[in-house]
Design a protein around this ligand. Structure first.
Ligand code: NAP
Ligand code: ZN
Length: 350
C-alpha cells in the first residue's frame, strides 16, 4: 500500500478537504497512473451529499480522470510508462456475464466496481477512491487511451459526460434525418449537443435558461426551446425523434412527452430518483413512444467515443479550477453556473 494525497469528505454536511488514502501496489495486470486532470460531474455532488443514500465515507469523488502511466505490472501488454491514458466511471466488473462479454460492463450482472464508493471485491472489498487524488491503480482492461490530438485537460469530461451522452445516441442509431432534443445544458447536455450534431442530427437545445441560447447554438444546436414557455413547447409538439433528458433532479417528464413524434424515444440519463407527477401513459400509448434510461457506457464504446473525438476534434468546454476551489465549484454547479464542466488541475493538489 502507498499513501496518496487526495480530497474528499467524511459526511454529507462537511465540505471537501484534503485527506490521505491508501492505494494498492500494482499487481501483474495493473496500470499505475499519475493523475493530471479530473472533471467534476454532478454525480460527485450527489455522492458527497449522500443524495442516493448509499455513500460510504470518507468519500473521494472523481470519475473523469486523465493521467500518465507511471508504471505497469509485469503482465500488462497494452500500456507503457509515459502513455496518456484515462479512467472513467468503472474500474472493474465480473468480466464473465453477458453484459461484460458484449462490452457493456456498465450493465454487469456479476459485480460492477465503480471508480469511487464501490467495494473492490478483487482487492479485499476495499472501498474505491476516485480521481480527486494524485494517483490511481487500475486493471489495464479498464484503462482508456487518449488520442494524441486531444488536449488532455479538456478531454477529462469525456470519460463521463462524454460517454453518457454518446452511448444512448449510438444505441438508438441517431444520425442524419433525426431531430434530437437535448434537455438541460450542463456538463452532459453540452456533450449531447456536440455529439448529436456531429452524428448529423438536427439538434434542439431544450433549456430552462434563455441566457444559454447563444451558447447552445455555438455548441451545435440548430434551434433552442425554452422549456418553461408553454406556448413554445406546444409549438414544438410532435417534432422530435429522440429526447436526451439530463435534468439532474426529480422532475415531471409529462410536459416533454408531447414533443415526441410517433415511435420517438425519451432516454433519461440525469435523474435516478422517483419522478414527479403521474406518468401520462396515454402520451406513450397514442404515439408508440418509448421511455428508457441509460447509464454511462462500456469500455469498447468509451474508446470508440474518445477516438471519434480525436478524429473530429470534439472537446468539452471546460473551466479549470484548483483543487482547493472544489467546494465553490459544487456550489456554482448547484446554482446552474458552470460553462460547461469544471476540471481540476491535479498539480494544484499539494
Ligand atoms: P449539470 O452540469 O449540473 O447540468 C444539469 C443541467 O440540467 C443544468 O445545467 C440545467 O440546464 C438543467 N437543470 C438543472 N436543474 C433543473 C431543473 N430543476 N429542471 C430542469 N432542468 C434543470 O449536471 P451534469 O453533470 O450534466 O449531470 C446531469 C445529471 O446526470 C446528474 O444528475 C448526474 O448525476 C447524472 N449523470 C448520470 C450519468 C449516467 O450514466 N446516467 C452519468 C453522469 C451523470 P438548463 O439551464 O439548460 O435548463
Ligand atoms: Zn459522472
Amino acid at each position: 500500500m502507498t499513501t496518496v494525497p487526495a480530497w474528499g469528505t467524511h459526511s454529507p454536511q462537511e465540505a471537501l478537504n484534503s485527506l490521505s488514502i491508501e492505494r494498492r501496489e500494482p499487481v501483474a495486470d495493473d496500470v499505475d497512473i499519475d493523475i493530471l486532470y479530473c472533471g467534476v460531474c454532478h454525480t460527485d455532488i450527489h455522492f458527497a451529499h449522500n443524495d442516493w443514500g448509499y455513500t460510504v465515507y470518507p468519500l473521494v469523488p472523481g470519475h473523469e480522470i486523465v493521467g500518465r502511466v507511471s508504471r505497469v505490472g509485469s503482465g500488462v501488454t497494452r500500456f507503457r510508462t509515459g502513455d496518456l491514458v484515462a479512467v472513467g466511471c468503472l474500474v472493474d466488473s465480473c468480466r464473465k456475464c453477458h453484459a461484460c462479454q458484449d462490452g457493456l460492463e456498465q450493465y454487469c450482472e456479476g459485480g460492477l466496481v465503480g471508480t469511487y464508493n464501490s467495494p473492490d471485491y478483487r482487492h479485499g472489498n476495499a472501498i474505491t477512491y476516485g480521481g480527486y487524488s494524485k494517483r490511481i491503480v487500475v486493471n489495464e482492461n479498464f484503462v482508456l487511451r487518449v488520442p494524441d490530438s486531444l488536449d488532455p485537460a479538456a478531454a477529462a469530461p469525456l470519460l463521463c459526460a462524454g460517454i453518457t451522452t454518446w452511448s444512448p445516441l449510438r444505441h438508438w442509431n441517431i444520425g442524419k434525418g433525426h431531430t434530437v432534443g437535448v434537455i438541460g445544458l450542463g456538463g452532459l447536455g453540452h456533450m449531447g449537443v456536440k455529439f448529436a450534431h456531429a452524428l448529423g442530427a438536427k439538434v434542439v437545445m431544450i433549456t430552462t435558461s434563455p441566457g444559454k441560447a447563444a451558447d447552445a447554438k455555438r455548441l451545435g444546436a440548430d434551434d433552442v426551446l425554452i422549456s418553461t414557455d408553454p406556448e413554445a413547447m406546444r409549438a414544438h409538439g410532435r417534432q422530435f425523434d429522440f429526447l436526451l433528458n439530463t435534468i439532474p433532479v426529480s422532475h415531471d417528464i409529462n410536459p416533454y412527452l408531447p414533443l415526441l413524434r410517433r415511435d420517438g424515444h425519451m432516454v433519461i440519463v440525469g435523474a435516478l430518483d422517483a419522478l414527479q407527477g403521474q406518468l401520462q401513459a396515454g402520451a406513450l400509448v397514442m404515439q408508440r413512444i418509448s421511455l428508457a434510461g441509460s447509464i454511462i457506457g462500456g469500455i469498447p464504446e468509451t474508446q470508440e467515443m474518445l477516438d471519434f473525438c480525436g478524429e473530429h476534434n470534439i472537446l468539452p468546454e471546460v473551466e479549470m479550477i484548483d483543487m482547493a476551489e472544489i467546494n465553490e465549484a459544487y456550489a456554482r454547479m448547484q446554482r446552474n453556473d458552470v460553462k460547461y464542466r469544471f476540471v481540476i488541475d491535479m498539480a494544484t493538489l499539494t
